[in-house]
Design a protein around this ligand. Structure first.
Ligand code: MRU
Length: 353
């Protein structure tokens, strides 16, 4: 746990008495309810339904889900336990395809199990320790990157963001929204234009809830207002998160992010991505290799089960788009602000102590 965060961490995901406790983000902001479970399949379902969401948060949820799975494995010996654990963990890692943090965290759990020497009981304890470590590590990375990012926000600032990248999307502090809230907590006069984020409204449902908690001034806008706001106001930055960043800096994030980057370029507004280095996939060269998740058509044709278009129509449902690295003014990580060309600057950050 970080000694002093500048904002109160959001209670996104916790471990208590052998269970995972998640705030149910499908219910926010109208209801603040929690899912408590000792069944890893319930966590997988929560990840798929976006009851827990945001790249770093699903990484942490995935790690805890592997611990729940481990707790229910009945094995004759430790080798058989490791084999079953690996199969279950791999399935957990596939619950959502785009955010690399999920695979990153689950692979850490698998590696630990594979190399562990000791009894099944000891291994279960060790896996829980590692999941706690992954959660604490995420909190620390988000704290550091929010401090670095707040540094690029002027004293009197008007900024824009999309999707929810606050504490709800991480272990508690956030990335892009963490940067903005940290600048506010430092006493800067910050105002944020919050894009509602169609179709699942992470902006209007979740950012408004988080920004109210920290009393950060904001205006909710529809996604289609972004161009006009950039034209009328002199914005100081667009701050977004990331689900996966390729080695060259191409960034997959919530659908609509790429449009904001193009608009920002046209209006000479600096466009920043904020993400921990665990979101960088150093194994892929460019955004062309990032798998983009397709969601159910009902997420576009309905809101909370209320249908507002005719049935049997063709609907496009990509959850993410990829912003080319050339449009990104800086990538804010826990190590500082990386600048173009990112193949070099991200690699330098990766190797920096
Ligand atoms: O589909 P979601 O809500 O999980 O999408 C989340 C995003 O696109 C976030 O911007 C990203 O995961 C970064 S969260 C710190």
């Amino acid at each position: 746990m970080i000694a002093e965060t500048l904002i109160e961490p959001t209670p996104t995901i916790e471990w208590a008495d052998g269970k995972v406790r998640l705030i149910d983000q499908t219910k926010l902001p109208l209801e603040e309810t929690y899912i408590e479970t000792d069944d890893h399949l319930t966590v997988c379902d929560a990840i798929q339904r976006l009851a827990i969401r945001g790249a770093p948060a699903i990484g942490v949820a995935g790690a805890y889900a592997t611990v729940l799975a481990a707790n229910r494995i009945e094995a004759e010996d430790v080798e058989q336990f490791k084999k079953t654990f690996t199969e279950k963990a791999e399935a957990i890692g596939q619950t959502r395809p785009t955010a690399v943090n999920l695979k990153w965290a689950v692979n850490k759990m698998i590696d630990r199990a594979q190399t562990f020497e000791g009894s099944v009981v000891e291994l279960r304890d060790d896996l829980l320790d590692l999941a706690h470590e992954i959660r604490g590590d995420d909190l620390g990375r988000c704290h550091s990157l929010s401090l670095h990012g707040a540094g690029v926000i002027p004293e009197d600032a008007n900024v824009m963001t999309v999707c929810n990248t606050g504490g709800l999307a991480t272990s508690g502090i956030g990335t892009a929204l963490g940067v903005i809230q940290y600048a506010h907590a430092q006493g800067k006069d910050v105002h944020v234009n919050v894009c509602e984020t169609r179709p699942l409204l992470q902006g209007s449902r979740l950012n408004t809830w988080e920004l109210k908690r920290t009393a950060t001034p904001f205006t909710l806008i529809t996604d289609s207002m972004a161009a006009s706001i950039m034209n009328i106001h002199d914005l100081d930055g667009v701050f977004v998160g990331a689900d996966r960043i390729a080695s060259n800096g191409d960034t997959a994030n919530k659908i609509g992010t790429y449009s904001l980057a193009v608009l920002a370029k046209h209006h000479s507004v600096p466009f920043y991505v904020a993400a921990p280095l665990s979101t960088v996939d150093f194994e892929i060269k460019s955004g062309e290799e990032i798998p983009v998740e397709e969601r159910a058509p009902s997420e576009v044709t309905r809101i909370r089960d209320v249908q507002f278009t005719i049935e049997d129509i063709d609907v496009a449902t990509p959850a993410f788009d990829v912003t080319p690295a050339e449009l990104i003014h800086g990538i804010i990580t826990e190590k500082g602000v990386a600048r173009y060309p990112y193949t070099t600057s991200l690699e330098e950050q990766r190797n920096a102590r």
